[in-house]
Ligand binder design. Sequence first.
Ligand code: IPM
Ligand code: MN
Length: 348
Amino acid sequence: MPKIAVIPGDGVGVEVIAEAVKVLKEVDRLDHLGLELVRFDFGAERYLKTGEAMPPGQIDEFRNHYDAILLGALGDPRIPDMAHGRAILLACRFELDLYINMRPVKLIHEKLCPIKNKGPEQVNFVVFRENTEGPYVGAGGFLKKNTPDEVAVQQSIHTRKGVERIIRAAFEYARKHGLPKVTMADKSNVLRYGHDLWQRTFREVGEAFPEIEKEHYYVDALVMEMVRQPEKFHVIVTENMLGDIITDLGAMLQGGMGMAASGNIHPGKVSLFEPVHGSAPPIAGKNIANPLAAILSAAMMLEHLGLHTSAQRIERAVVQAVMQDVVTEDLGGRYGTREVGDFVASHL
Ligand code: IPM
Ligand code: MN
């Protein structure tokens, strides 16, 4: 009986999660999964009202009593520094040690791709973004803040263990899925310490995977190739911030932010699934946000929980929605968020 924490969050997060939940409830009914969905009101509203993003001990509660977390989006113009977002999303990533940020870039139909002559055969890879280190650790400080002599230091942390485990996860995924190559992206021509560690670790870990081709790109060349020849890629592994950037480009290759799903994963432990997109305040509450990224994230969650057949049902229904143009405006459709969710739920 998988127990799932559902955090709709802010803006369109609330709307897209409503559709993901609709689909989950239907797949639960069809496949007798016994899903227990528990809703949490964490987000800007609660933070502004109570001053706290989550009650103390919440992360432990997730760790000890839940199988997965489904998150919508966080972000609100009233909280410009995203304090609550960091206190919820980054806290889960760090404290639950969700070291794999798995972001598939999978084009469903040629019509969704902004690059000409690229179809599902050409755009189909997975990014393994390191999710607990790099510049995201928040190490650094100010000197003489708010003076003309101000100095800001922002450190980027890379540990041998942290780099090794994400690279290993990428190779293991390639092996499990019979993929021929793992590509590592960094900026080791300039970042001679942190990314040198990535280089050496990639070579060493790769030795245990002799059947898999190893490839390296500097990140600037990688983004160029992602557009020029996306078919070259199968699995890309990279550090946290570079992964953040390249997965937004990856999202566009598959039809935009409304199509990009992700999993923040620690194998065998409670993991968090969320669409890559944000809360999109300007379009919130209008029934126009694309729910497919959230629905696909829910499918990833079921896959992670070992519910392969149910995950597949959802993915196939999403493919049907795209094929039949039952999609939102961002994909050139004329349907609303709820109508797309209804279609998917009724085609499982
Ligand atoms: C993402 C987002 C987050 C990140 C933000 C909201 C902190 O952009 O999940 O890609 O930078 O990781
Ligand atoms: Mn991002």
